[in-house]
Ligand binder design. Structure first.
Ligand code: FAD
Length: 110
């Protein structure tokens, strides 16, 4: 079976990098492309319990966890919250989403 931890680290790199390069203002086509990607991702991610939980989280009946696709800031923040949901589930520390862009886009200022 896949190494769930190594797969997870690589996949978060892909997902946050996709958010970091998402348009500042996404048009309808870009939003629906990403919507489609996330939907398929949540069905195809090769850690099946991970994928199932992720799909269930996204589909919360309140609608509160639906992907926010209008632009980079909203999408990046949403991805950070999705990752934090997994962090909580696994008993890991939550990440302060205010630093999302520093971690995944602009680099840390020192
Ligand atoms: P990771 O959680 O992989 O994080 C990598 C780096 O991202 C961190 O070092 C940190 O710099 C940064 N980071 C951390 N949190 C955030 C955040 N909220 N926003 C932005 N950046 C952040 N594993 C399981 O055992 N069970 C599961 O059900 C499960 N579900 C998963 C669902 C998805 C969609 C994905 C992509 C992965 C899932 N994983 C699951 C894997 C798990 O999330 C971790 O990737 C794995 O445990 C390795 O953890 P890590 O501590 O190395 O850091």
């Amino acid at each position: 079976p896949p190494d769930v931890e190594a797969l997870g680290r690589s996949t978060w790199t892909l997902l946050h990098t996709m958010a970091a390069t998402y348009p500042e203002r996404a048009d309808t086509q870009q939003q629906s492309d990403m919507q489609g990607f996330l939907k398929l991702f949540s069905r195809l991610y090769p850690c099946w319990v991970c994928a199932d939980d992720f799909k269930t989280w996204m589909a919360h009946p309140s609608g509160r966890n639906q992907p926010k696709l209008s632009g980079r800031k909203e999408f990046g923040w949403w991805m950070c919250e999705a990752h934090n949901e997994v962090n909580r589930k696994l008993g890991k520390k939550e990440f302060d989403c205010r630093f999302w862009e520093e971690r995944w886009k602009t680099g840390w200022k020192d």
